[in-house]
Design a protein around this ligand. Structure first.
Ligand code: GDP
Length: 365
């Protein structure tokens, strides 16, 4: 899963990036001028995997992960070929966006237009994404006209033009593509592009270290009210505090979180939201060698899930041996007990894998 972190300059993108990846990239107003994105991996925390690792004591435990791209700040209103537009085009091949907006004041770190107004800032960045998509649509429409004049594949081009014209008029009305209804055929055409306003998006309001839960709730509600877009979600956290927490060892981390009343650390919060926005779920494979979380889309069948592990397992699929995570815990991690209770199931190709299923695939190639 690839996720792009973007927003106006000095909103705390790199700070959040460090908090999520555990890296220690330089932050601050100067470091903000990064021409290339920072890239890092984020482990998707899951207490269920911790439990399974406790039962199997494997040589290796592999969490699901996300690849994070920390982009340069977007300066609004630059138009074509501006650095802001370049950032938009650089971030196109991600599956989801995390937009960081400034909710903290800090006189040492200049804010865009010297104000702290998350609602306005979200609006500005959304407009930049929208303009970037509009530019892409217009460019493609121009090329289609040229190809049509040359008499190339007329039917396909006319269909493509029709759907792009729909997109153009929506974008001109300041409507995000994720809020539009498309037919399957239209989506197939659109998926050959990488439209930013079609991507699910998590807005992170980066609040002051001392913001209490009331302040966080107020900001989240204000941004949600303004946004009202499909496949978007809003959370508030302090990236600075989260970065400090991520740099502590396990024991100190828990103490620090308890002190600050943080129940879910940022890495987990962002992973949870990204997962649900993208309609993803994990299933687990277990053994003495490795306990591992695999990421699939909700609704994936057993045979396709098998293909995630290896194409041979998909090809030679016989059946899936499945225990639901909750059942496994109820049987105290004892497979024999699960069998006795009828909680160890044999499922066929078309079984729809559930969040947290523990699966062993039988196959023959
Ligand atoms: P970016 O330009 O969006 O990547 O911003 P950075 O992550 O580099 O942060 C810019 C500056 O803002 C740094 O000096 C950070 O220490 C500061 N900063 C980030 N988050 C917070 C926060 O939650 N509270 C305060 N007071 N400062 C923060």
């Amino acid at each position: 899963m690839r996720i792009g972190v973007l927003g106006l300059p000095n909103t705390g993108k790199t700070t959040l990036f460090n908090a999520l990846t555990g890296m220690d990239v330089e932050v601050g107003p100067v470091a903000t001028l990064k021409p290339e994105p920072h890239v890092g991996m984020v482990k998707v925390p899951d207490v269920r995997l911790d439990y399974l690792a406790g039962v199997y004591e494997p040589k290796k435990t592999t969490f699901a992960d996300m690849e994070l791209f920390d982009m340069m700040g977007i300066v609004p209103g630059g138009g074509k070929d501006s650095p802001g537009r370049r950032v938009c085009n650089q971030v196109r091949d991600v599956q989801a966006l995390v937009q960081v907006v400034r909710g903290f004041s800090n006189p040492m770190v200049p804010a865009y237009e010297d104000r702290v107004d998350p609602v306005k800032d979200v609006e500005l960045v959304e407009m930049e994404l929208l303009f970037a998509d509009l530019e892409l649509v217009e460019k493609r429409l121009e090329r289609i006209e040229v190809s049509l004049k040359k008499g190339l594949d007329k039917d396909a081009l006319l269909k493509e033009r029709q759907v792009l014209e729909r997109c153009r008029s929506a974008l001109e009305d300041e409507k995000m593509l994720r809020d539009m209804e498309f037919s399957h055929e239209e989506l197939t055409i659109l998926n050959t592009y990488q439209f930013l306003t079609q991507r699910p998006e998590l807005i992170v309001v980066n609040v002051h270290e001392e913001a209490d839960s009331g302040e966080k709730e107020r900001l989240v509600a204000a941004v949600k009210e303004q946004l009202s877009s499909a496949d978007t979600d809003v959370v508030a956290l302090s990236a600075k505090v989260e970065m400090e927490i991520s740099q502590l060892d396990d024991e100190d981390r828990q103490m620090f979180m308890d002190d600050l009343g943080i129940v879910t650390p940022a890495a987990e919060l962002v992973a949870q939201h990204a997962y649900s926005l993208l309609g993803l779920i994990p299933f687990f494979t277990v053994g003495k060698d490795e306990v591992k979380a695999w990421t699939i889309r909700a609704g994936t069948t057993a045979v396709k899930a098998a293909g995630k592990i290896h194409s041979d397992i998909e090809r030679g699929f016989i059946r899936a041996e499945v225990i639901a995570y909750q059942d496994f815990v109820a049987c105290e991690g004892n497979v024999g007990k699960a069998k006795e209770k009828g909680l160890f199931r044999l499922e066929g190709k078309d079984y729809v894998v559930k969040d947290g299923d523990i699966i062993n695939f039988r196959f023959n190639v």
